[in-house]
Write a protein that binds this ligand. Sequence first.
Ligand code: ADP
Length: 577
Amino acid sequence: MKIKTKLRLGLGVLFLMILALSLIAARYIYVLKEDTENILQDNYKTLDYTRSMFLAIDQIHTDPKAWNEFEQNLTSQQANVTEPGEEQVTGEIVNHYNALKKDTYNQELPVLIRNDLAELTRVNMEAIRAKSDKALTTVQAAFIWIALTGTICFLIALTLLINLPGNIGNPIRELTESIRAIAAKNYAERLHFAGKDEFGELASSFNTMAEKLEEYDNSNLSQILVEKKRIEALINNMHEPVIGLDENQKILFANDQAVKITGIAISDLLGKSAVELAAENDLMRALIHEKGGENQSNGHKSGSSLKIYADDKESYFEKEMVDITIVPTGERVKKFIGQVILLKNITPFKELDFAKTNFIATVSHELKTPIASIKMSLQLLESQHTGTLNEDQKQLMLSIKEDSDRLLKITGELLNMSQVETGNIQLNIQQSSPYAILKYALDAVKTSVDQKQIDLVVQADDELADVKADMEKTAWVLINFLTNAVRYSQQESKIHIQLTGTGQGVKFLVRDEGKGIDSRYRGKIFDRYFQVPGSSKTGTGLGLAISKEFIEAQGGSIGVTSEIGMGSTFYFELAAA
Ligand code: ADP
């Protein structure tokens, strides 16, 4: 039965019972009123008339008014005959009174009338008693009916009181708990309300909803699993190693290639902290190191490339670490959720690079001897023994000399560069005097400085400590700074050279008043083969790159400050010995 019907029925019955109770009570009160009214109207008046007639009959011989009094009351009594037998007694009184009227002094008739009056009183008293009994019965019946109806009302109200709150409250409570379970993703939750009332309908709707949610959840899960498998297969089929880390650097996934190069079983990788693994595995350490790889085997930095033994040979990988961020549902701020380490196999490029470097090294090495012999021949030509040269021949010889000098410089730089690239720089680090390095460099650039009539201003601190340096290579760097400064300075300008003690070592500084370097290119001038667009084409773009390699290989630092049009300041610093 529906709750609405149940409520209507319960309250309706209660209402009807209360109505019945009221009607019964009203009816009995009415009946009782009727009964007492009858007694008053019918019997009380008769008794009153009878009492007056008694008094009148007693005074009938002494008071002439008594006749009249008696007659009046008798007439009233005649009009108030209500009880069975009363009419007969009243008739007797009338007869005896009429007889007395005729025989006024009859002594017997007043006695008879008194007897009649007594009889009339008795009949009425009897009627009063009967009516009182009847009223009593009515009261008893009323009591029974009212009590009965009242009890039924009470029972119905009690039943409603006990059952109704539970009937409504319990299903609501169960429903609330089930909704909570669904909210907690327990989609297997169901409601079990028996009956066909509103709660039954609610339960069936709820169960349908839960079933659909469960189905949706399952289908979603399987779909997600398929997608996950697809992505895993995709990552696994990639030829390059890929490792995924969560925000706490725990390994989330690693493809076959990654497993192969790290040499760690997949079961030992997944879910493990990359930091902990890095403590035991060099490669892992290099992988999670933010700056990328550093080839430890020969102390040679190779940017972000890593040298790893893979595919049965030494392979080179370029590491890329990608931060993964997402915007969580309902939020606006990006959240960091982990990183993906991608390794790009650059071995073929490296192999080509090596081939190129070897080629350059061989060519520049092979060229050195013929250039040296050209220079020798030039020197012989200059001497008087080989004959006198005319002016044109002298000019030609000068230009051959300049070209061969340039060729020697270029081959020297190329050789140095190939040594740098192959990691074969032979450093001869020893305690060296900064003054000696300075003198060596100044001697080397003297001719070109004089040619441009440049004023070299040297400022060297007194008693500078010796530095840990390869004398020749360091002088080469200083010469490079100076030749660049001369090359990019105007005729008759100034070049400042400063040697300063820094506490930890010595700083060599070359400042020119040339055209300066545009901020766009400042970060690139130490790159190999880089030349600022529009600058002198005579260089190779290798000088500063080699200088950087030389200084850093000696544990020093190198840098530049420059403003366009304001000259440039190149410096390097070496540690004290
Ligand atoms: P290069 O052999 O071309 O001089 P470097 O490596 O020595 O090669 O220099 C790289 C570039 O830096 C040059 O092409 C030049 O444009 C710029 N550069 C170097 N020194 C100076 C300087 N003192 N003033 C202005 N530009 C300079």
